[in-house]
Design a protein around this ligand. Structure first.
Ligand SMILES: [Zn+2]
Length: 448
């Protein structure tokens, strides 16, 4: 009997391990059922291997990739998409964005505290839907959205995309940023004590009980990653506090914890606690990079390029030096932008893709930049086993560009074709969102 049970348990364990290694077998999205495409790729780019294979075909059915090769079985009634003059590659990832926040010169002089006061969550949610489409058009099929989104506008956008109301990237959203009292704000006592002005832009959590409660609130309201302010105030979280966040996020849905870090001491604590990702490069030194590489902590540096609309040469030199230091030491790095502002004349996607300037200035080879923007992106979003790479069984998210991005990553500045969940969002450089728009939750009403 004992033997039989042992064998049964062993069998179950093997089955579980096998299941864990398979891509998550999700049912097809009803919005893409029946959509069958044969894509002829001039080159098929594998950013992981750093290879380009000529003349490949991808068969896409019901939202997923069902076959890839020089020859595939072509069913009748299939629509052919001729990308034989293009390189086809998986979608790009911005690992730090704020789709429901866009501050601007007028009226708030680029000061986002005023954006928060003057624009409702409802208005910002609509803007987020627009920003999401602008990102998708630029080839970003995944966005990790890290807070400052009012009262869960990020969750609302994710649900709207997943339910099939509007097109948009796959969102890994954080809900409200959790921090010690005040978050990143410096308001008056009367505004805090009489008007509770910190909330909902930040969620105060100063004690262990409040930390657990804050994580659970975000999970209840749809967060897929937890974002904390490690050291926004002179009362930073302790190593124990950060560990509690990590434990509770793991407990509450297996989420990872991303930390805004702006001081060396904060970074040291975050590293010691084993945080998943450090957001922003501002505090990171050579020594800290060494520690991050050793512990496998993600560097989501949000490295802003120096442009006519942003930054200074001095700050940019520091940014580039930091990127070189991290790259040299083998730190895990993600393409990330902290994009939350309007540059007249540019879409949110164009603002974001311009961050290529920083990566190139750091002397990182083009093929490695592409890997950071794809493979590393899926990993830092913790979705790599289910979405991202162009593999049979995976959701059909892909883009096409002229030229070979492994040799010249700047070709990503002009994305001609975008497919998301097996539907064509952009073709010949023109957005074609019709198949994504539905009057109701065509993919099913989603609780989370
Ligand atoms: Zn940010």
């Amino acid at each position: 009997m004992l033997k039989k049970i042992t064998f049964t348990v062993l069998g179950l364990m093997i089955a579980m391990i096998a299941a864990a290694q398979q891509p998550v077998a999700l049912p097809p999205l009803p919005s893409s059922v029946g959509a069958t495409y044969l894509i002829r790729a001039g080159k098929l780019i594998d950013p992981e291997a750093g290879t380009a294979t000529d003349a490949q075909m991808l068969l896409v059915k019901d939202g997923r990739i069902v076959e890839i090769g020089a020859h595939v079985t072509v069913p009748t009634g299939v629509e052919t998409i001729d990308l034989s003059e293009y390189s086809v590659l998986p979608g790009l990832v911005d690992a730090h964005n704020h789709l429901a926040l866009t501050y601007k010169k007028v009226p708030e002089n680029d000061f986002y505290y005023y954006t928060y006061i003057q624009e409702s969550t409802a208005l910002r949610a609509i803007q987020a839907a627009s920003n999401g489409m602008q990102m998708l058009s630029a080839g970003f099929t995944v966005v990790r959205d890290l807070g400052n989104n009012g009262l869960y506008a990020d969750t609302a956008l994710r649900q709207a995309i997943e339910q099939g109301w509007v097109p948009g990237p796959t969102l890994i959203n954080s809900g409200i940023i959790i921090g010690g009292i005040g978050g990143q704000f410096y308001p008056t006592p009367e505004m805090v004590k009489e008007h509770n002005i910190i909330y909902p832009e930040y969620l105060d959590a100063d004690t262990p009980d409040e930390i657990v409660k804050a994580v659970r609130q975000n999970v209840l309201f749809g967060a897929k990653v937890i974002k904390i302010c490690v050291d926004c105030k002179p009362y930073p979280y302790s190593v124990e506090d950060i560990r509690l966040f990590i434990r509770e996020a793991a407990n509450a849905g297996g989420l990872k914890v991303a930390g805004h870090v702006q001081t060396e001491e904060g970074a040291r604590r975050a590293i010691e606690a084993g945080l998943w990702s450090i957001e922003h490069d501002i505090a990171l030194t050579d020594d800290l990079h060494k520690l991050m590489a050793k512990k496998g902590i993600w560097r989501v540096g949000t490295e802003t390029p120096f442009t006519e609309y942003r930054g200074t040469q001095e700050r940019f030199d520091k940014t580039v030096a930091g990127m070189k230091s991290a790259w040299l030491r083998g730190v895990k790095m993600a393409f990330s932008t902290d994009a939350d502002y309007w540059v007249p004349g540019l879409t949110r996607g164009e603002v974001v893709i311009n961050f290529l300037k920083s990566w190139k200035a750091a002397g990182i080879p083009d093929k490695d930049i592409l890997k950071v923007m794809t493979v590393n992106g899926y990993q830092v979003c913790d979705i790599a086993s289910a979405r991202g790479p162009l593999k049979v069984g995976f959701p059909a998210d892909m883009i096409a560009v002229k030229g070979n991005p492994l040799e010249n990553v700047d070709v990503l500045r002009s994305v001609s074709f975008v497919m998301k969940d097996g539907l064509v969002f952009k073709r010949d450089g023109v957005m074609t969102p019709e198949r994504f728009l539905h009057g109701g939750p065509v993919n099913g009403w989603r609780l989370h």
